[in-house]
Design a protein around this ligand. Structure first.
Ligand code: G6P
Length: 485
């Protein structure tokens, strides 16, 4: 790739992610925009907004050119994807190969050379767009598994910029990663960054092991010496691979949770549910990694055994639509809906529906009201990079009440250590965890919530961005991005 001159004027701080923070929504009479799904957007939007940065990404609609535009204090730069790109780069290589491989092969990954070719092509498009947009000596922060190749491609076109990369999902153990036919290319691509961030220490350690095995580079502590590559025209550099656990915008969540209208709505939700003694809540993307089947099985068995009283307990499960054309996603939806129907058929009455299931997403205010209405929150994925829902629930419980049941396979378990931690594969342990939370006295709830909430006050998404970006500036020998506090 040729080197590209920086534009005369361009942003000093750019985020590059597969998705823009908003999705084009053409379902109504007029084309509109709605918040894009997933934890990446939840986490990054407040950071980019505060920094008045630029965001390069796909606008959620195929075969359509969208001009750059301003939104909510951010400069958004759309990257066009054709329906073929969508199918082979997004549904294919990103979500049919990398996603399952990086989530413990819960679903079998598929390896197709045509998908890889498209992944390389689309990553190159993102890199060129970034190279043409970024101001001189800018800081570019690339996000997630859809864009592993962007750092190296960008480095060869724009050696002046500092490049950070953050992986929101787990990094698998070397034995699984090694299955990937393009294992060396992916490593080389991401090592174009000056700093590579992961959610958990184990993710960073897995990555460094893979680098030693498949790139043959020397690592010392967190640092990797990436040797010069004459083919790519790049010089030797050091890249650091370390963990930077992402968090939430705690103050903003507390402010929402303290809003009288939202608190009133939470009471209303409980009334509309028929004033059950206990409201249990789960909210996830409809994804096979989230442990929804296991969770529903546990709830069913507890009802059957009478340990959960169908007249006193209501379970609300929100499962927002995701990657709906992929077979494994169709399958999990069918399984979830069968299980919900099965349990409701057996235990609901005319006035008490045991499971309320929603296959759509709720606006932020309504979601906050749900958090406030829920006595017990179930976050029980089989594997999850971080899971910001667990942190959102905790941050919103401003009176320190409520009980969180949390999978040890979610990154959040490293910070939310006072949650009821469970192994979701162990249905007996999951059931006991749910009962422990349901029966927990308010005093114990507070004893657990208080330290977790204190931690979220100190460890927010803003402190996360600051610590990553100041380390990046130090490693790259550049000026740190000025982030307002
Ligand atoms: C996870 C991934 C994100 C992704 C989000 C939503 O949080 O880490 O990169 O954007 O899921 O998935 P989607 O495929 O709809 O972008």
């Amino acid at each position: 790739l040729p080197t590209i001159d920086p534009p005369a004027e361009g942003p000093e701080f750019l985020v590059v992610a597969n998705r823009l923070p908003i999705d084009r929504d053409d379902s109504g009479d007029e084309p509109g925009w709605k918040t894009a799904p997933g934890g990446l957007v939840t986490g990054l939007a407040p950071v980019v907004r505060r920094a008045s940065g630029a965001w390069i990404g796909w606008p959620g609609i195929t075969d359509t050119d969208v001009d750059p535009f301003e939104h909510d204090g951010m400069h958004l730069v759309p990257v066009r994807l054709s329906s073929e790109d969508f199918q082979m780069y997004y549904e294919g290589f990103s979500n049919g190969t990398l996603w399952p491989l990086f989530h413990d092969v819960i679903a079998p990954p598929a390896f197709h050379r045509t998908w890889w070719d498209k992944y390389l092509e689309v990553n190159t498009r993102f890199a060129i767009r970034t190279a043409e947009t970024a101001g001189k000596n800018a800081t570019v922060w690339v996000h997630d598994y859809q864009l592993f190749l962007v750092p190296q491609l960008l480095r060869s076109m724009r050696p002046d910029v500092s490049i950070g990369f953050f992986l929101h999902i787990p990094f698998p153990p070397v034995e699984l990663y090694s299955q990937l036919p393009w294992r060396s290319e992916i490593l080389r691509g991401v090592q174009g960054a000056d700093l590579i961030g992961f959610q958990r220490p184990t993710d960073a350690a897995n990555f460094r092991r893979c680098v030693r095995k498949h790139s043959g580079f020397i690592t010392k502590g967190d640092d990797i010496t990436v040797t010069a590559d004459p083919d790519l025209g790049t010089e030797e550099h050091i890249t650091r691979a370390a963990h930077y656990p992402i968090s939430v915008d705690t103050d903003a969540l507390i402010e929402l949770a303290d809003t009288p209208a939202i608190q009133a709505r939470a009471q209303e939700i409980r009334r509309e549910l028929g004033n059950p003694d206990i409201v249990i809540l789960g909210t996830d993307r409809m994804d096979y990694t989230k442990g929804l089947r296991h969770r529903l099985k546990a709830v069913h068995e507890l009802l059957r055994e009478g340990r959960l009283d169908k007249d006193k307990v209501t379970f609300v499960q929100i499962a927002t639509p995701s990657r709906e054309r992929l077979d494994h996603y169709k399958q999990i939806r069918t399984e979830v809906e069968l299980a919900v129907g099965h349990t409701n058929g057996e235990f609901s009455g005319l006035h008490n529906q045991v499971i309320h299931y929603f296959h759509y997403s709720f606006p932020r205010d309504e979601m906050t009201a749900f958090y406030l209405a829920a006595d017990v929150m179930l976050v029980t994925p089989l594997r999850d990079g971080m899971n910001l829902v667990a942190k959102e629930y905790t941050a919103c419980r401003t009176d320190d009440s409520g009980a969180l049941v949390l999978s040890e396979f979610a990154g959040a378990a490293d910070q939310l250590t006072q949650a009821v931690l469970i192994n979701p594969h162990d249905i007996t342990e999951l059931k006991n965890g749910i009962m422990r939370a349901v029966g927990m006295e308010v005093r114990e709830q507070r004893r657990r919530m208080r330290p977790m909430r204190r931690r979220l006050k100190d460890e927010t998404v803003h402190t996360w961005a600051r610590s990553f970006l100041s380390d990046l500036a130090w490693i790259a020998g550049a000026e740190p991005v000025p982030l307002e506090t």
